[in-house]
Design a protein. Structure first.
Length: 278
């Protein structure tokens, strides 16, 4: 029922949402606005394979390679109090999957997404509400082997995050697809955790180990559970509070393929990748 209502009353929902933002920020004498803040309020979900990020990886047991180019980018941030902030931004990403053979890398699939989000941060808690459009396309080298189908969807996702400490984080939240081809059951849920070791100085830069786990339940293909694990090492440019970093990690995935053209196919693989957090 909520999905049907949103479809029929999109303008009303938008006005209610804008009113909420105005009412949320209009009565604080302390509020200050900042255009193009130096960092996003909501930290990236490291083990989520569909989080907009930049990186390259190999699927060790499938002789395949993948890459991603994207990020969340906060455009406007408002300080509500000394320890509370609200921001609005945009995000986008491109994901590519390549085969390898005979010295060439034929394209297997490519997925695209873009959208907008609102993030909120207060003390140890943060939230991100996003609206995203996603599409999936079959690589040119596979068009003779299998049939391409239209894959396009828009969805809302709300992620609630709790920083137990500077080194431990838990998150989770629901999502709903509001428009899709092909038709799928709309609801999904996601949860995960991240843990970091204390930093050590190496070549004048802070270095630390990390581990991350992400699980998604999707009702789109007979109760799909996607499990993603990543462990590795992270380098930062300085001790300052910045999200900029380089990560090298070993990953494991079990579930349905995250690439839209193969979303009904089971996957189980290990991988090694390098990622660039901005």
């Amino acid at each position: 029922m909520p999905i049907v209502f949103m479809r029929k009353h999109k303008k009303t929902c938008l006005l209610i949402f804008i009113f909420f933002l105005i009412s949320r920020t209009s009565y604080s004498a302390e509020k200050t606005w900042k255009f193009l803040p130096s960092r996003t309020l909501f930290g990236p979900l490291i083990a989520d394979l569909r989080e907009p990020q930049t990186g390259f990886f190999t699927l060790s047991n499938k002789n395949r390679y993948g890459g991603a180019l994207g990020q969340f980018f906060d455009l406007l941030q408002v300080k509500l109090s000394s320890n509370e902030r609200l921001s609005w931004g945009v995000h986008g990403a491109a994901f590519a999957l390549l085969d390898y053979g005979g010295g060439v890398f034929p394209m297997r699939a490519n997925d695209w997404q873009f959208g907008t989000s609102i993030s909120h941060f207060k003390e140890k808690f943060s939230q991100r509400l996003e609206f995203t459009h996603a599409s999936a396309h079959l690589g040119d080298d596979l068009t003779d082997e299998r049939t391409h189908f239209k894959y396009s969807r828009e969805y809302f996702r709300l992620i609630l995050s709790y920083n137990y400490s500077d080194s431990i984080r838990f998150y989770g939240g629901p999502g709903a697809v509001v428009h899709t081809f092909p038709d799928v059951n709309p609801f999904f849920f996601q949860a995960g955790s991240e843990i970091f070791s204390p930093s050590r100085i190496f070549l004048s830069n802070p270095v630390r180990l990390y581990g991350a786990y992400d699980i998604k339940y999707k009702d789109e293909a007979d109760d799909v559970w996607n499990n993603s694990i990543q462990v590795g090492i992270q380098w930062k440019p300085s001790k300052e509070q910045t999200r900029k970093a380089i990560r090298i990690g070993i990953s494991y995935f079990n579930g349905n393929n995250e690439f839209g053209q193969f979303y009904l196919e089971k996957e189980d693989y290990w991988g090694l990748g390098i990622y660039f957090d901005s």
